[in-house]
Design a protein around this ligand. Structure first.
Ligand code: DGT
Ligand code: CA
Ligand code: CA
Length: 574
């Protein structure tokens, strides 16, 4: 049975939750949470690392104990610690933590005093007025709980793109190996590279005799079959993800692919254009009367209705159809256009690899340059650099550059933007660097006006090069901070600054619509890995997906420039 990083991450999260409810040692709890986050962001499959006999303690945040737990889980599908915790506490109890306002301490009290184990029981206890009687709860808390449970019930769970990728790629490999299958494409929002995915929509071209349908519903990870017919089936995977599969014949594959890639509003707009031309379009093809005139490929479908091919990332009905009518679509940036990366960390702060290891990994990505941008002193949890340590790192980079061939390390810093907009290091220190990446790490809750001013003040510095993850959101976990992004984009233009599109799958920040806005204003975007280990460059593909959704072309992206051109662009603006 395949074991995905996301499965292990979920297991570790659950262990951390249960330990926290039990009141275990905070360091122990944090170790599990860190490991879960790291595995969640890691694009290298740990199960295949184990297959290759690699030592997992080489991964960031993974010590001997956690490595042993991963090995146990990958080989047996179980974790004996989690099994033990489940004997000590009811399994559904961690669901309670998903209700905003309910932390481990409250779960413990609710469980011990009211025997509440499930969200359903929580709701009933609140409705019946039993919660207000508990010490430390009160009537107001009870009402908040009631509202939060109601809101929670209406929320649908979506999966981050990088997590969906782990399941989608495994299932695609599985389907491709089945006899009679000639083509497998994961369509839907996944193919459009949306930052989160609701369910997977898989399209298979197969011979009528192929056993693909039977095999699909018996895929190892399937825990429930919602429906199964001759050409379509829907299942639910162990992780809770729904997967819809359609089997079509080759003559209709392009039409079906177009239909199931969506978006729905793109499809509706294309259908309207077809109708204006007296054509009918559906998931089987494009028809003139009874005659099918297109359908084998998506290109043929678009051509039949008078449009040039529209890449999936653009299919959101945001103006792409009008441009495709006149052949004026953007030529979207591709991963191979990237010449370097302008945001990375090493062991000196919270990264996991040495300067040399990071440089060589960047070189093997085909990069010409990599900027080392450690945290600054204010960020003590990450052992941020003070001027002395930064100076030492700069000397080390100079020495290393003299020995490296084909890759140049740039000297940078990810400097904290303080609450009043000052930068966390003095000008004479910043002046020594090749570039300065500014980042907001505190005070996310300032008013819109204050937050905007704060960032603009920071960009006033002649040394400020690039604003890291401009909205600060964490997908499905933390909302963006309140900031006037259109003003920041305009002012970045005036100050000669750039914006980052951070490719960390938890962030994918700048958001796609803001990328579009930046492009219109002529502000270049840097697509950065924010690598904390040599594995993290693999996340750039998600950043590229987001950039393409934001209509960015090669010319709109700062790090598609050669080192020589880049140096001119990032020189301080005095
Ligand atoms: P998701 O799963 O919420 O992340 O988003 P999608 O876009 O994958 O949506 P999904 O799974 O409901 O449907 C997959 C595709 O099927 C969708 O992108 C377009 C197509 N589709 C679904 N329902 C309709 C419909 O009522 N009309 C049209 N024209 N297309 C539809
Ligand atoms: Ca879908
Ligand atoms: Ca679907």
């Amino acid at each position: 049975m395949p074991r995905h990083n996301a499965d292990i991450a979920t297991t570790f999260e659950e262990i951390a939750d249960l330990l926290e409810i039990q009141g275990a040692n905070p360091f122990r709890i944090r170790a599990y949470r860190n490991a879960a986050r790291i595995l969640g962001e890691l694009s290298e499959d740990v199960a295949s690392l184990l297959d290759k006999g690699e030592d997992l303690t080489r991964l960031p945040g993974i010590g001997d104990d956690l490595a042993a737990k991963i090995r146990e889980f990958v080989s047996s599908g179980h974790c004996s610690l989690l099994d033990r915790l489940h004997r000590e506490l009811p399994a559904a109890i961690t669901d309670l933590l998903k209700i905003p306002g309910i932390g481990p301490k409250r779960v413990k009290a609710l469980y011990h005093d009211l025997a509440v184990q499930t969200v359903e029981q929580l709701y009933r206890a609140a409705r019946d007025g039993r919660i207000r009687l508990l010490p430390g709860f009160g009537e107001k808390t009870e009402l908040n709980i009631l509202r939060a449970v109601e809101a929670h019930a209406n929320q649908t769970h979506r999966f981050k793109l990088a997590v969906a990728a782990q399941y989608a790629e495994a299932i695609r490999n599985f389907l491709e190996a089945i006899p009679g299958v000639s083509e497998v494409t994961v369509a839907g929002s996944y193919r459009r590279m949306r930052e989160t995915v609701g369910d997977l929509d898989i399209l298979v071209a197969a011979a009528p005799s192929s056993p693909v349908m039977q095999r699909f519903i018996h895929y190892d990870e399937v825990v429930e079959t919602l429906s199964a017919g001759v050409t379509r089936a829907s299942v639910v995977l162990r992780c809770g993800m729904q997967v819809d599969m359609r089997v079509v014949d080759t003559a209709s594959f392009g039409a079906a692919l177009h239909y199931f890639t969506g978006s729905k509003s793109h499809n509706i707009a294309v259908r309207r254009i077809a109708q204006q031309k007296g054509l009918k379009i559906n998931e089987y093809g494009v028809y003139k009367g009874e005659k099918r005139i297109a359908g084998v490929s998506e290109e043929s479908v678009y051509a039949a209705v008078g449009l040039t091919y529209i890449p999936p990332e653009l299919r959101e009905n945001r103006g792409e159809i009008e441009l495709a009518q006149t052949g004026r679509l953007p030529r979207l940036v591709e991963q191979s256009d990237l010449r370097g990366d302008l945001h990375a960390h090493t062991k000196a702060t919270d990264g996991h690899n040495t300067l040399r290891e990071m440089a060589l990994a960047a070189k093997s990505e085909g990069f010409e340059y990599l900027a080392i941008t450690e945290h600054s002193r204010r960020l003590t949890v990450a052992h941020g650099l003070d001027p002395l340590r930064l100076a030492r790192q700069c000397t080390e980079i100079d020495k290393l550059n003299a020995t490296l061939d084909g890759i140049t390390l740039l000297k940078g810093i990810e400097v904290d933007i303080l609450e009043d907009g000052r930068l966390d290091l003095p000008d004479n220190v910043l002046a020594r660097l090749d570039l300065v990446v500014g980042a907001v790490h505190s005070k996310f809750d300032l008013s819109r006006a204050k937050q905007t001013e704060r960032i603009l003040r920071a960009m006033d510095s002649p040394y400020f090069t690039l604003l890291a993850y401009p909205t600060g959101r964490l997908i499905e976990r933390r909302a963006p901070y309140d900031v006037d992004m259109s003003r920041i984009i305009r002012e970045a233009k005036n100050r000669g600054c750039f914006l980052e599109l951070n490719a960390n799958p938890e962030r994918l920040d700048l958001l796609d619509t803001y990328c579009q806005m930046a492009k219109e204003e002529g502000v270049l975007i840097s697509i950065n890995s924010d690598a904390h280990s040599t594995y993290d460059f693999a996340n750039l593909r998600f950043g590229i997906g987001q950039a393409r959704r934001g209509w960015l072309e090669k010319k709109d992206v700062l790090n598609t420039r050669s080192l020589e051109e880049l140096r001119k662009l990032i020189k301080p603006t005095m």
